[in-house]
Each structure stands twice: as C-alpha cells, then as structure tokens.
Design a protein around this ligand. Structure first.
Ligand code: G
Ligand code: G
Ligand code: MN
Ligand code: NA
Length: 255
C-alpha cells in the first residue's frame, strides 16, 4: 500500500491521536500548558511519530483534514479540561500548524468552528507556526494573525532561530511568544549556542514576547535557561509527551 493511501486509510479509521507534552514555568515549575503532538496508532499497536507522516501529509494535501482533526481534538480536550482549571489559571494548549494549513483561506473560520463546537476558551489556545510560514505571504499572514488574535488566540513562533527571515517581522506581526529551537538548547555547552539562547531571551523580552525553550533534557540546561530569564520550558527532563488520559491525570495533580 502506498504511503498516501495508508494516510487516507488512517484518517478514515481514526488512527490519529494527540499526545500532550507539559510546558512549565521555569521560575516555579508550575504547569502552564501542553503542546499537542499528533501520533498515528498503527493497527499492530505501534505508534508512528509525525516525522514519518507529516511531510507526506503536507505534500499530498492530507494535512488539511488531518490538521482539522488535530484542531478539533485539541479544542475538545481544552473544553473537557477547563472544568479542572480556575479561570485565573494560566493554561493553554499549543497546536502546531504547517504552512499549507496556515495558508488555507478558511483557517480562521475552521478555528472558530472547533472552538464553538467544544466550548473551548480561545484564550487558552495557542497556535505555533514557523517564521517561514509567515514570510511566504506576509500580507495575508498579517490579516490572519489579526483575525486569530482578535478572538484571544495567541501565536507562538516555533523553531525560532533556525530560519533565515529578517528579524523585522517580529515587530510587524502580532505574535506572543518565541520557542527557542531544541537544537540551541541541546548544545548549550557550546559557548556560541549559549550566547544565542541568551540573546533570543533578551530579544523576546525587549519586544514584550514570552519565551519557551524546547527540548530541555538536563538540570544544567534548566539552570542556564533560568539564569537567562527564559520564562517557560518543555522537554524530557520534565516529561515526555503524554497520552490524553495521562495528561488529564497530570492536570489534576501535576507531579
Ligand atoms: O511529536 P514529535 O515530537 O515527533 O514532533 C515532530 C514534529 O512534528 C515537530 O516539528 C512538530 O512541530 C510536528 N508536529 C507534531 N504534531 C503536529 C501537528 O499536529 N500538526 C503539524 N502540522 N505538525 C505537527
Ligand atoms: O517540531 P516541534 O518543535 O514542534 O516538536 C517538538 C518535538 O520535540 C516533538 O517531536 C517532541 O516529542 C520532541 N521533544 C520534546 N521534548 C524533547 C526533548 O527533551 N528531547 C528531544 N530529543 N526531543 C524532544
Ligand atoms: Mn512545536
Ligand atoms: Na520546535
């Protein structure tokens, strides 16, 4: 069976599920959200990571139905979990959007639909896009970001620092947060990478943006990021991505 046919079948057979990786405040290790990460549950019981199917989904356009499913499921989880949260509690779910998804003309409409269907609070939804996605078509990207943010949805720039776009977009686009790419975090023994991470944190704060570090694996990385004033972090040191029920339990008693 071809990969594309396989993907179609997986969609029909509802094999795609979300895992949730906890994101913490580095100052007090309180839970501030989850990043939703899609997986494919194979009939043989195995689990495929996005690396094995996202880019084919993108090429074939299947990323659109898959992305809608991810958005609907993430909003459903938000709706369910809102019961466990005080209104004042900082908590959001981050959903990754690929380029094709972001450039869909009805992205804002689809997102509104997912929120309405589930009663999820838009202020608890964060969308992650990469810088290149913004630069593809800056005019329409700007209009979309404005539409999303008017609803209270927040925007994070994923894999920050790995693209080649000019920094001026940081002030041109309405965004809320930068995610420092795992590549910089994992190699902070290197002086240059350490300086880059520190500089990204300072740049973000100077522009009024929050910073999330990805891929924290060691106490030393956590300590350095705290020292640099990085706001939030996620990574195997704290937790791997969790299946829905574990994430639910975790939300009730984060330990
Ligand atoms: O889940 P994993 O840790 O293997 O993620 C690998 C990559 O797949 C990451 O770059 C992540 O942004 C991407 N990814 C994970 N889930 C989704 C999703 O639901 N939609 C899109 N477009 N990308 C995703
Ligand atoms: O592409 P994006 O950055 O959105 O996706 C995050 C990816 O990184 C997911 O595949 C997730 O499972 C993975 N990840 C999360 N934390 C860690 C970590 O501490 N170490 C490594 N190696 N991968 C991680
Ligand atoms: Mn991401
Ligand atoms: Na990333």
């Amino acid at each position: 069976m071809g990969v594309e046919t396989g993907l179609r079948r997986s969609l029909e057979e509802k094999q795609f599920i979300l895992y949730y990786q906890p994101i913490y405040s580095l100052s007090d290790r309180s839970l501030v959200g989850f990043e939703a990460l899609v997986r494919r549950q194979r009939p043989d019981g195995g689990l495929d990571l996005p690396g094995e199917f996202i880019h084919i989904a993108e090429e074939t356009g299947l990323i659109i139905p898959l992305g809608n499913l991810v958005m609907a499921e993430a909003c459903a989880a938000l709706g369910r979990w809102s019961m466990d949260m005080a209104a004042s509690t900082k908590f959001s779910i981050s959903v990754n959007l690929s380029g094709k998804q972001f450039s869909q003309p009805d992205l804002v409409k689809q997102t509104v639909k997912s929120l309405r269907d589930t009663g999820a609070d838009p202020r608890r939804l964060r969308l992650e896009i990469t810088e290149s996605v913004l630069m593809d078509n800056p005019e329409s990207a700007l209009a979309k970001l404005r539409g999303l943010r008017e609803m209270g949805i927040t925007i994070g720039i994923d894999d920050f620092g790995t693209g080649y776009s000019s920094l001026s977009y940081l002030q041109r686009f309405p965004i809320d947060c930068l995610k420092v790419d795992r590549g910089f975090v994992s190699d902070m023994d290197d002086h240059g990478n350490r300086v880059i991470v520190k500089t990204v944190v300072n740049l973000a704060h100077s522009l009024g943006l929050e910073v999330v570090a990805e891929g924290i694996e060691t106490p030393r990385q956590e300590a350095l990021l705290k020292e640099f004033g990085c706001d939030f972090g996620q990574g195997f040191l704290f937790s791997r991505p969790l299946p829905h029920d574990k994430a639910s339990a975790f939300l009730r008693s984060p330990a």
